[in-house]
Design a protein around this ligand. Structure first.
Ligand code: SAM
Length: 236
């Protein structure tokens, strides 16, 4: 908490901010002032007419999407009011920032197959009513097709060797034409014997052959070692 902090929009990203203080921080505007999700720092800023706005710190060392933003990605596709399908939600830490970004009129469908992480995720969704937790396997989208509508964006961080296949399958079910897709890939997760560049190239080719066009690829180092993020659009 500090009143000397100035908050400005982070590049061209809607609802993503940079808090300028002693140290500059990536932050989102909290949808649930007073509540934090994973012990992140809260920053209160007084706007006009004594109105206080609360922001939450978003640590890029703990979030692939946060890392992509601070690594300079041009477009994360997510905007207020959008519907996002999030694969590999874990305990919901990054999901909570996506929930801030899409805001009260947006929706986040968060898929996670670990029961343990899923419990935390359900806890986060109790406070944040724009998150719809789905405890299930992203390899079987037909099992959640009754819950998930057509979405504007898919974000994936499932850390599986067949992640690109999983994403393409989910896009066929749920991604609007020309919708955005972000895939965070750890090279060693896909193939620990090949150099990272070779793995990224191969996986990107798979995405293009599956109906995506690529906007850009960002290296997530030093925030996430051995990781890259693909930014794509669905044009099957
Ligand atoms: N995105 C999270 C964040 O930033 O907080 C971290 C995700 S972690 C790297 C990968 C998660 O994907 C794990 O929680 C794991 O249980 C989940 N996962 C792996 N395979 C999955 C699958 N087939 N379906 C759903 N979730 C899966």
């Amino acid at each position: 908490t500090g009143s000397r902090v100035q908050v400005e929009r982070y590049g061209s990203h809607e609802n993503v901010f940079l808090a300028r203080g002693k140290n500059d921080l990536l932050v989102t505007k909290s949808l649930t002032p007073g509540y934090t999700v994973y012990g992140e720092k809260k920053i209160q800023v007084e706007e006009k007419d004594d109105v206080k706005i609360e922001y939450r710190e978003w640590n890029p060392y703990r979030s692939k999407l946060g890392a992509a933003i601070v690594s300079g990605v041009k477009n994360i596709y997510m905007k207020p009011g959008m519907r996002v399908l999030y694969l590999g939600a874990a305990s919901g830490t990054t999901v909570s920032h996506v929930s801030d970004i899409v805001g009260p009129n947006g929706k986040v469908y968060a898929v996670e197959y670990s029961e343990r992480s899923g419990r935390d995720l359900v806890g986060v969704a109790k406070k944040r009513t724009n998150i719809f937790p789905i405890i299930g396997d992203a390899r079987h989208p037909q099992k959640y097709r009754m819950i998930v509508p057509m979405c504007d964006v898919i974000f994936s961080d499932v850390a599986q060797a067949d992640q690109t296949r999983i994403v393409a399958l989910n896009a066929k079910y749920f991604l609007k034409n020309n919708g955005g897709c972000i895939v965070s890939i750890k090279a060693s997760c896909v193939d620990s014997t090949a150099p990272a560049e070779v793995v990224f190239k191969r996986e990107l080719k798979y995405m293009k052959d599956s109906g995506f066009v690529d906007d850009e690829t960002v290296d997530l180092e030093p925030y996430q070692i051995n990781h890259a993020a693909f930014l794509l659009r669905w044009r099957p």
